[in-house]
Write a protein that binds this ligand. Structure first.
Ligand SMILES: Cc1ncc(C[n+]2csc(CCOP(=O)(O)OP(=O)(O)O)c2C)c(N)n1
Ligand SMILES: CC(=O)[C@@H](O)[C@H](O)COP(=O)(O)O
Ligand SMILES: [Mg+2]
Length: 640
């Protein structure tokens, strides 16, 4: 095996490993070689597929060590977020499919129970692993046929509230389980907050930490070579009153910090812990995001996620497009609004790059807050800001906003606080798959009394919606927009506040009206073109608002057409359901009016390109065309 991680010619050991049990016969020296090969294989695979690179490279040695020492799948290795699991997938019987990662029909980019028995718990969202591992542990205590539970959680994910809730509970239960805190001093962006500073202190005071471990009696858990030093430390400590680490106060034995890239430290430590631990143990490993691949290591985000790239240079292959991303349009619009109104502030939960708020912070550093992976706090923090008279724009991906739902209801909607929700990644997002799909926000936001709910049909509309939200002060307001590039439409110089609850007519037609909510509008217009060729030109309108509904517009569409189709990039219970409720309240259905609501199907759609995913959802232009024809009873030959 060469030292060059790009060298794909030599993977003799990896070629022999089909399952983790094959690691049991390898010497420690061979395990080190295997780790090098595994790193090279991971880099090579991701260069072809794109995906999450940096986190996986940071846990290569840890992955090898865990599988060499523990006995998966009986022992449950629970990866938090799951974005670091590619090396784990390679070692657990999925190497032959690793180059299908995140593509249609291929491996998921996260852990997934249906994919392998070695993925005991699915993930994608952060900070769930300790709860799940505690569940496995108590299942074992109650007689379930499982071994040890090992949660592997990053320093970023550790800042999430759930992780603390779980530590609190697991420490109280006091049963044997393991938490590996993989501390690379990185979230996607540099981590923020007191926990991050605390972890830094823990390792910058490492010799002192040895003393603390000793004082707390964790010496017996350490491998023999470590014990001597720790005992000496304990002697020195006699008579000195010391507090434990935060983790010890929560009921865990704390071991560390250890170099997470050094198998000479990891293997003996894990072997000893496996042999001796009786209660919950936290193992603090120090690693580097992107480890072993210079282009990733040198990126500010440690190569967190990447497009396909050139193996030798690390240069990413991105598809060329002139349209700005919705995220960029949001950030630029917010900056413009903030220039006019000093009360405007931005809030992100650990996604400054992804939400565009990094750009906003570049201009208004004091008016931008990254709260860490803490969506619940982000929402109620925004509520507090609004209650104090500020104008918070709480920018959270649709899927992650699910975490803060009670806070939206209880802290914002009931109090009618004017928090502005910028809901990015609305609709199907592609390669991240079902865990990251923004399917539910229209439903869960528009069911709340007093909430104003908008969706941008294109990037110009988004500019106006940011202006609308900035101007609106009567209560909470939300606007959603998808991942990726806009439509390439002409952009307004400035945003103009929209009339609340008013849609817009796009094209007048006859017989059928399509009322579109969000960016399906482009597909609707394509469908119209195809229908025109058949002599059928539906009326097209953009609803802009799911709440309040533009009832004048709806009344008109009903009065002037024999059928109405609603369409949205969301699950049932959203815009179309509200329109149906309104029509039902008006008694429109009593007279045989034809109505259809095109929504995402009642299933979780697996990762694929967004186009493929919308096709599976039955929501692309030909499928919209077919829906119109079906509704009008026009028989058509089935397409191949
Ligand atoms: C609830 C939730 N919020 C945000 C994210 C987006 N996210 C994915 S990974 C990540 C950073 C995780 O940092 P850490 O746990 O330290 O892992 P590392 O990438 O450093 O290995 C974030 C913020 C998420 N997956 N889930
Ligand atoms: C693992 C995770 O949750 C994030 O890294 C997510 O994949 C980011 O998605 P975007 O690429 O849409 O920002
Ligand atoms: Mg980290």
């Amino acid at each position: 095996m060469s030292d060059n991680p790009n060298d794909q010619t030599a993977t003799p050991l990896l070629d022999k490993v089909r399952l983790p049990s094959d690691l049991k016969g390898l010497s420690d020296a061979e395990l080190k070689t295997l780790a090098n090969e595994l790193r090279a294989e991971t880099i090579s695979a991701v260069s072809q597929t794109g995906g999450h690179l940096g986190a996986g490279l940071g846990v290569v040695e840890l992955t090898v060590a865990l599988h060499a020492v523990f006995d998966a799948p009986r022992d449950k290795i629970v990866w938090d977020v799951g974005h670091q699991c590619y090396p784990h997938k390679i070692l657990t019987g999925r190497r032959d499919r690793i180059r299908t990662l995140r593509t249609k029909g291929g491996l998921s980019g996260f852990t997934k129970r249906s994919e392998s028995p070695y993925d005991p718990f699915g993930a994608g969202h952060s900070s769930t692993s300790i709860s799940a591992a505690t569940g496995f542990t108590m299942g074992r205590e109650l007689g379930a046929e499982t071994g040890d539970a090992i949660a592997v959680i990053g320093d970023g994910a550790m800042s999430g509230g759930m992780a603390f809730e779980a530590m609190n509970h697991a420490g109280h239960l006091g049963k044997r389980m393991f938490v590996v805190l993989n501390d690379n001093e990185m979230s996607i962006a540099p981590p923020v907050g007191a926990l991050s500073s605390y972890l830094t202190r823990l390792y910058s005071e490492a010799p002192l930490q040895d003393l603390k471990s000793a004082a707390k009696g964790a010496v017996g858990l350490l491998p023999v070579p470590f014990q001597l030093g720790a005992r000496r430390a304990k002697e020195m400590l006699k008579g000195i009153a010391m507090g434990g680490t935060l983790f010890e106060e929560l009921g865990f034995s704390y071991v560390g910090p250890v170099d997470g890239h050094d198998l000479d430290q990891l293997l003996p430590l894990l072997r000893t812990l496996k042999a001796r631990a009786t209660g919950p143990v936290l193992i603090h490993t120090l690693t580097k995001k992107g480890k072993g691949y210079a282009p990733a290591e040198s990126r500010p985000d440690g190569g967190h996620a990447t497009a396909k790239f050139d193996l030798n240079t690390g240069e990413q292959k991105k598809s060329p497009s002139n349209a700005p991303s919705y995220t960029k349009v949001f950030a630029e619009s917010l900056i413009k609004e903030a220039a006019k109104d000093e009360k405007i502030v931005g809030i992100t939960a650990a996604m400054p790059d992804g939400t565009g708020l990094k750009q906003f912070a570049g201009v208004y550093p004091r008016r931008c807050f990254d709260v860490g992976i803490a969506e619940q706090h982000a929402v109620t923090f925004s509520a507090g800001l609004a209650a104090s008279g500020m104008k918070p724009f709480c920018a959270i991906y649709s899927t992650f906003l699910q975490r803060g739902y009670d806070q939206i209801v209880h802290d914002i909607a009931i109090q009618r606080l004017p928090v502005r929700f910028a809901i990015d990644r609305a609709g199907l997002v592609g390669a991240d798959g079902a865990t990251h799909a923004g399917s539910f926000d229209v439903g869960f936001m528009s069911s709340l009394p007093g909430m104003v709910v908008m969706a941008a049909a294109d990037e110009a509309e988004l500019v106006h919606m940011v202006a609308t939200a900035a101007a609106y002060d009567d209560g909470p307001i939300a606007f959603r927009y998808p991942r990726g590039e806009g439509m390439g439409v002409d952009m307004p110089e400035e945003g103009v506040p929209l009339k609340i609850g008013k849609g817009r007519m796009i094209a007048e037609g006859a017989r059928v009206a399509i009322l579109s909510y969000g960016t399906r509008l482009a597909e609707v217009l394509k469908a119209r073109e195809a229908l025109q060729a058949r002599g059928l030109a539906p009326t097209i309108a953009d609803a802009r608002f799911a709440k309040p509904l533009d009832t004048d517009l709806i009344d008109r569409l009903v009065a002037e057409h024999e059928a109405l189709i609603c369409i949205e990039e969301g699950a049932v219970g959203g815009f179309g359901s509200h329109v149906a409720q309104y029509l039902s309240d008006q008694g429109v259905f009593d007279h045989g009016f034809k109505f259809r609501s095109m929504v995402l199907p009642d299933t979780f759609i697996d990762h694929a390109s967004p186009e493929d995913m919308y096709h599976s959802a039955g929501m692309d232009a030909p499928q919209i065309e077919a829906k119109v024809l079906e509704l009008l009873g026009v028989a058509v030959a089935k397409r191949a």
